[in-house]
Structures are given as structure tokens and as C-alpha cells.
Design a protein around this ligand. Sequence first.
Ligand code: ADP
Ligand code: MG
Ligand code: MG
Length: 931
Amino acid sequence: MSIDKKFVYFFGAGASEGTAQMRDLLGGKGANLADMASLGLPVPPGFTITTEACAMYGEIGKEKLFEAIRPQVNAALKRLEEATGKTFGKGPHPLLVSVRSGAAASMPGMMDTILNLGLNDETCQAMIELTGNERFVLDSYRRFIQMFSDVVLHVNFDEFEHALEAAKKAKNVKLDTGLDAADLRKLIAEYKAIVRNATGSDFPSDPMEQLYRGAQAVFDSWDNPRAIRYRQLNDIRGLLGTAVNIQAMVFGNSGNNSATGVAFTRDPSTGDNEFFYGEFLINAQGEDVVAGIRTPQQITIKGSRKWAEAQGVSEEDRKNNYPSLEEAMPECFKQLDAIRIKLENHYKDMQDLEFTIENGKLYMLQTRNGKRTAAAAVKIAIDLVNEKLIDEKTAVLRVEPQQLDQLLHPVFVKSAENKAEKLCIGLPASPGAATGQVVFSAEDAEAWAEAGKKVILCRIETSPEDIGGMHVAQGILTTRGGMTSHAAVVARGMGRCCVAGCGDIEIDYEKRTFVIEGKVVKEGDFISLNGSTGAVYLGEVETVAPELSGPFGDIMKLADKYRKLGVRTNADTPHDTEVAVKFGAEGIGLCRTEHMFFEGDRVKAFRRMILVCERVKRIKEAMDVRSVDELLSKITPSDEGYDDVMQFKSALDTLLPLQRGDFEAMFKALDGRPCIIRFLDPPLHEFLPHDEKGQAEVAAELGTTAEKIRNVVSSLHEMNPMLGHRGCRLGISYPAVTAMQAHAVAEAAAAVKGSKPEIMIPLVGNVKELAAQKAVVLKTIAAVEKEQNVKLDIKIGTMIEVPRAAVTADKIAEEAEFFSFGTNDLTQMGCGFSRDDAGKFLGDYVKWGIYDYDPFQVLDTEGVGELVRIAVGKGRSTRKDITLGICGEHGGEPRTIAFCHEVGLNYVSCSPFRVPIARLAAAQAAIRSAK
Ligand code: ADP
Ligand code: MG
Ligand code: MG
């Protein structure tokens, strides 16, 4: 990067240098401020220092960077002075500015902002003389000292809060608006003393020094722990850093004809477009609304009445004490409402706005695409198509696939909810139903969740430090703050259920309890939250499956229209299959049969088989026969091992009808959709207990001795089971098991009309393995066909999960009618990472950027993906119409799905709850790659 380039972009006063397209360089805030100013909206002028400067700052350090940008900053400041008619750092019209962070990706509240910068004793006095409003100027000054000291000087914020609280107490007022000029003067003196005490020097009074130190702090805030954590959680990467926006201040705290607020052009919880959603406070500045210190008021009369009703506030009380903006400042409201429509039409998306009213004049301070719940995202996307603001493809791209998860999970059973003991009603800040145990800190939430507990995080108000705990909690409850409070905004972004602002609850962090109307709820007690109504209940409330029609159904239809990839599911039971089909699965991509061996009585039969299988194999070898049937025809009761052979045979005979029943149920649930059945895969010792107690139990169950069980377990023991006797290797050793499974599939197929079974042989690395197993399967199918006088259409294919199979896929395709990429094992063997042991280092690998993502979660497209590419090419070169799919854990992961689309797979297969996510991700991949 060159040091002499344009680092500073002016905006406002009808002459912005930046545009909305420049968000990478100017950050979202800077780009949109420039854009709004160009649209002719009332934006206080200012300038943006680019994200490139932030990156440079990291590279060459502050001295060199500031030296390089100083001429540009000076020029922009001069222009700002001209545009405002004020002067920075001196009277009689002192220019005050805000120094605001803002990266290309929206990270609300994660980085720092300083307001009222440029104040010192001198400019303060000049402002007082100019405005004649001593209280307002001193209020701004004390806010500035507090913010600057926190963000730049790192003085403990609490010290200022304590001083402020003490001042309020001394005056016997509840709100800071109750402090007069004299109180504020005293407070400012105390603030300065706090700074001197903590830092050993005076609060910096030189405005230029304030400006650069402020800018530096904003740059630094890019790498503060909570910003880093936020980027991790939201997978924001590849950005240069934050821009710094220096903007002329406007004052919402200059009296009762002033206000500040935030608003959404549509309801960010539900997506409704019923009225203009937002909150404001009279005589307040910046973050007051979000901080939840005072109860904010609503923008529209309609919204205000709705709020009052939910809060149990009478119309009388509402009108007098909490009037809407529409009532309190009708002119400004009208103007803001017109801007709302203008901005939505311009950005073609729901906007999240910040505004301030100074002495009756409206200013716009920010607009961005608003964070929203999944329900809102889906509804807004569909509504915008219907309103002809966006086309279908854009709508499909507007919904984050992962977010859909929120819509697939349960809500409260109505009757159970009606019966539940309601503790109180707060604000419905983020929808959904949550039940869990009460904890009072983010750390406890993380620790309890780690221990497998479901928790509800209860806080007076959350702060950005709490996001880790919020992330693991089932739900979040706060006692302070509105719909735009930190808790509400962050919870909606995460899709976490949240009830905010339950003012009647009193939390005692020390005692780890909260009290509501005399009732005490302790840490560890269960409560339930309804994030859609704001209700808080004592105890656990039962939940039900969600609604899948409406806008959700519409967006899924659009996804199906544009996707090229098929979407199947990984399911082993009829119930899971039904769920998946309801979610839109077009078949089963992976039915693991071993799960069927674990259930109930069958594990007994299977264990009986395992106990003798090695002996039977030796007898077969000794008698030089190839199959158990052949063995049975030769062996007589007087032969040694006769009992074992009979036990082996009878165990398989027991399993056959059970397996057949399983498959029939699956085929019925699938109703004509295809079903890939993977034959036995895990090593046999997994079916036997490894502990003494378990072994004794199994021995009793099977009528044998614990010692016998122990001996079998130790003879099945493997040094490296994942590379051991499993997959088709078992089938090669025990073809009778393969034959039994094929038999069950064939009979079930004959019994269920329209069924489409496909048999998948696992862990093939060499085509001869597949050929051998295929021969067993074909022979069995032929026998069933003959016996039942039917013609069966059963495809036979393999999993591609051993690297050798991938690179010899042309050979394998001679035998296989389909491939399914088993990317769990393919990653394990391709990267050489044991899935069971990689936890020790993979976290660091990702942290250090050795791998961009955990390759077991997001397919390593460079390495493992290359194996897939090779296999796709080679497979198709042998068999043009071969069906290709993926059934690993990765099959429901949007990035991997995009890769699967790119390499031309026919379908992806994933767990039932990920099916809608996969449908949408597949559509997005198709739309993006066509662009
Ligand atoms: P965040 O990253 O938290 O959105 P912002 O830079 O938007 O931080 O600023 C925090 C608050 O200060 C917002 O409410 C914003 O509207 C207010 N604010 C920022 N700049 C100004 C300004 N020039 N005049 C008045 N208020 C401002
Ligand atoms: Mg903001
Ligand atoms: Mg496997």
C-alpha cells in the first residue's frame, strides 16, 4: 500500500466524495453517510478516514500514518469549518465533532465512538455564551470527558458512573436530566480529578490532540476482544479494518425541543410493515436510547399505543409521559417518515436508522440494512418481491441460510403456556421459545452450557462483553432497556430468544437471585421465555413444532425454483424421514444401518453373531468353503464348532425380518423417493461394552460368561479402529452379513410399491472390494427376484471416503452406479486428522489461520475438495450418468454446498433440520454462480 494516496473523504453539504459502493474503503457507516448526503438528506457534514488508513496504522504505526494523513485531515477540517460556519477548537462558534468507528461489515456497538469532541474549558465557555444554555453545554462536556476517558484513556468507566450516581443522589433525582448547571459543573470537576488520579495527568484539552487520540482509539477498537469475538461468531473476515468518521455534532440534548432516536423501517422481529418501528428520547444524546437508562418513547401513535397496552400503561399516562414522536414533534415525524420511504426505495431493503433532532431540526446520523430475525428476514424478502422493489433471485439471496434454523425450532405449546405461571411481561425483543436454568453472568452461562445445561442468561442489561454467554444461552432476559437495547439487537442477530426490559424484576447479582413481586427465583431455577410476546414463566413450558407455511413456504418455493442441486437427508428412522420430507427432502442420501443394529432386541442378536463370527470365519477357512450356506450344507452336529455356526446363522435369521421391517417403514415414509442404504460400517467391537459391568450384563443376557465376552472384545481390539476392520472390510470377511442386508432390502423393495432403494458399500478404496461385495448383493437380489417372481430395480454404488477411491474413481465407476462423498472420513484420511483427537489442535489451527475453518465443519475445498474434484471427473469419464452426492456432515453447510454446486454434484444430503438450509444455500449458490 502506498503512503501517498487519498485517505480522507469528505461528505455532506451536497458534496460527498464517497459513494454507497465504497463500503470496503469507507466502512458501511461512512459510505452511507456520504450516500445519504448525496440524496439530499439532512446529514451533518464530516469526513471519513479510510479503512486503508486503519490497515496502514497497523503496518507502519501511528506516528508515520498520522504524519502522512495530517495534510488531508487539515484540509477536510477546514472544509468542515466552512460548511458549518464553526471553528474547531475555538470560539465564538466552536465546532464539536463525533469520532465514529465503522467497518465494511456492520458490527453494532462492538467498536468505539466518542461524542462532543473539541470541548475544553475555553470552548465550553464559548458555547455557553453562544447558546445561552449552560446546562446543555455542561452536560455535553461531562459526557465527553466520560466517553473520551473510557475509550481513549482507559479510565475505569464505573468511577464516572459512581460520581454521576452520587450527584443524582445528592440532588435526590433519578435521571441525569434532573441535574442542573451547577451540579454538572461540580461533576465535571470531579471527573477531571478522577482522570488526574487514574492517569497521573490532566484531561487533554488540546482539541487537535483529542482528535488524533480519538481516531487512534477507534483504530485500536478494531482489535478489541469483543470486536474480535464478534467477527469470529459472525465469520467476518478479510476486512482491512475500521474507518473513522469525523462528523459535526448535532445535539439531541439541547433541551426539550431536541431528541435522539433509532428506528427500523419495518419491524425487525416479525418483518411487519404495519407502522414505523422505533424509539426515541427527548433531551438526550447518542447512546442514551440504546443504553436503556430511561424508558424510550415510540415513533408512531399506533406503535406507542401498542407499547402502552403491552406495558400496562394507561392512555392518559402514555399521552402525558410517553407521547410518540408523531404527537410530540409532528413536523419532524412527517419528515422522518418521508425519509423512511425514500431510504427503503433507495436501498431496497429494511433500514435501521439513527436520527437526532436539535431544536426542532431533524438530522440523519446513520442508515444501514437492519439486523433482523429469520422470521423477519423471510417476510421482508417476500414482501419486497410483492412490492416489486426486488426480484425473486435477490429475495433468495437476502436470507442467511444458517438463520433459517431459528424458524425450524419449536414454539411453546399454547395450552401449556396458558397454564404456566406467568412471572411478568417484558418486551418481545427476539422471538422464539426458550426454557432453561437461570444464570446471572455471561461466564456462568458459558460454564453451565459447557457442562451440558440449558441456561437463561438474566442480566440487568447486557453489554458487548456478554456476547459469548448470550451465544450459548437458550434465551436472554434483561430488566432494563428497550427494543433497541444491546440485548435486543444482539439477540435478534443471533436468533436467540430474548425478553428485554422487565422492569418489575429486581436482580441481585451478589445473592444470585431475582425478585418479582415478592417471589424469589434463584440461580439454577428453571424459567421459560416467550420472545414473541415478552412473557416470562416460572418452570419449564412444553414446546411444539413451528409453522412451515406462509413466507417461509414462499421463500422455500423460490429456492426450489432456482437451485440446481438436489437435497436429500441423512436419516435412519421413519420419524426422522418424515420430518425431513416435511422440510422438503427429496430422498435419503444416507441411511446408516448400524443404528438399526443397536436398537432394543436386535443388539442382542447382533452380539450373538459377533461372539462367534471370528470362529465361524476360521471354520470356513479350515473347511475351505466360501459361504456360510455352503458351510451349513457340509457341517454336521458332531463337527467341532457346529454350535457356533448355528448361532451365527440363527442370529442373522433373527436380524433379517427386523431389518426388512425397518426398510419397509423407511420406504413407506419416503413415498417413492430414493433411499440410499449404507451397509454395516463401524468396527464390531463398538457393539460390545468395554467395561466390566457392561460385559457382565451382556454375558447374563446372552447366557455366556463375562470372560468369554472379555476375550471377544480383546480379540476385536484394534490399535487404530478408524483404519481397521470396518466398512466393506467387514463385508468381505463376513459376506453373510452383506447378504442378509441385501436380502432385507430386496424383500422390503418387493413389499413396498414404488420404493427406490440404492445400496451403498462403505469404505471402498479398491474397485475389487466393491466388485466382491456387489457380487454378493446381486446374487441375493436375483434370488429374491426369483423367489418372489418380481423384477427389482436396485442401484448399487459406493461411498467415496478413502483417498485411494477418489484417485481411482474411474476404475470404481466401472462397478458403481453412484458415488456419495463421505466427507467425514475423506477429511479424516485426506488431511490425516483423527476426528476423535483433532480437538486438541484444530482450534489453534483455525485461530492461527493454518486452516480457514475447522475442516470437519466446512469442507477443505483446497485439499479434500481436490479429491472430490478428481473423483467427479474420473467417475464421469467412465460412467457419464453416474449420480454424485455428498453425505458427510458438510452436506448441510452453506459454503460446502456452494462448492458442491460448483463441482457439479447432483445432490447434497444432510440432517433433517438442515434440509431447508441446504435448499436455500443451493439456490444461492446457483444464483451467485450464474452472475
Ligand atoms: P455505533 O457503532 O454504536 O452505531 P455510532 O458511531 O453510530 O456508534 O455512534 C453512537 C451514537 O452517537 C449513535 O446514537 C449516534 O447517532 C450518535 N452520534 C454519532 N455521531 C453523532 C453526531 N455527529 N451528532 C450527534 N450524535 C451522534
Ligand atoms: Mg450507530
Ligand atoms: Mg465413513
